[in-house]
Design a protein around this ligand. Structure first.
Ligand code: ATP
Ligand code: MG
Length: 174
C-alpha cells in the first residue's frame, strides 16, 4: 500500500486547501520552524484514525480545526483526504472531516464508515496512525531509548504483523 496524495482543508495551519503528491520511496519534510511539518504528519495520523487529542498536541479534538490568526477568521471544519494505491493497484480515498460541535466522520471512497474500518485498513498495511514508518521529531529518541519489548512491538508493526493483532482483538471482542 502506498500513499499517493494528501489533501488538507482547514486542518491546523493549513487553512487554504493544500494538495501534496507523495512520490514512491522515502519522503522527508523540510522547512523553517513553525511552517507546518509536524502538522502534516498529524494530518496523516488523524485521518488514519488517531483519536488522542494529546498526540495531536491539542486539548480537545476540535483543536485540529484552523483556529484563526490576526488576519484570518477561524474555520468551522477541517477535512483531510488520503489517496492510497493498494497492492493490487486500485486506488482508495480515505477522508476524515470534523465540524465544530458536530464531531468527526470518516468516508472510504465516498461511503460513510466507522473509525474502526479506517483503523483496520491502515493496520493491515503497517502504515497506521502509530506506525514506526511515520517518524516525528520526538519519536526518534523514543525508538533509540525503547525497552526491548517496546522495540519488538515497533518491529512487529514495521513487519506488518500488528494488523493481525488488531484483527484478533476485534474478533475476541465479538
Ligand atoms: P518545527 O520545525 O518547530 O518543529 P513545524 O514545521 O513542525 O515546526 P508545526 O508544529 O507543524 O511546525 O506548526 C506549528 C504552527 O501551526 C504554529 O504556527 C501554530 O500556531 C500552527 N497551528 C497549530 N494548530 C493550529 C490551529 N488549530 N489553527 C491555526 N494554526 C495552528
Ligand atoms: Mg515540528
Amino acid at each position: 500500500m502506498q500513499i499517493k496524495r494528501l489533501r488538507l482543508t482547514g486542518f491546523k495551519s493549513f487553512v487554504d486547501p493544500a494538495d501534496l503528491v507523495i512520490e514512491p520511496g522515502l519522503t522527508g519534510v523540510v522547512g523553517p520552524n513553525g511552517c507546518g511539518k509536524s502538522n502534516l504528519l498529524e494530518a496523516l495520523r488523524w485521518t488514519m484514525g488517531e483519536n488522542s487529542a494529546r498526540s495531536m498536541r491539542g486539548a480537545g479534538m476540535e483543536d485540529v480545526i484552523f483556529a484563526g490568526t490576526a488576519t484570518r477568521p477561524p474555520r468551522d471544519f477541517a477535512e483531510v483526504s488520503i489517496l492510497l494505491e493498494q497492492d493490487a493497484g486500485e486506488e482508495t480515498e480515505v477522508v476524515r472531516r470534523i465540524e465544530r460541535g458536530a464531531g468527526s466522520a470518516y468516508r472510504i471512497d465516498g461511503r460513510d464508515v466507522r473509525a474502526k474500518d479506517v483503523q483496520l485498513l491502515f493496520a493491515d498495511a503497517a502504515t497506521g496512525a502509530h506506525s514506526p514508518a511515520l517518524v516525528s521529531q520526538n519519536r526518534i529518541g523514543a525508538v533509540i531509548a525503547a525497552k526491548p519489548a517496546d522495540r519488538r512491538a515497533m518491529l512487529e508493526e514495521a513487519a506488518g504483523i500488528a494488523g493481525l493483532h488488531v484483527r484478533r482483538r476485534d474478533a475476541e471482542a465479538r
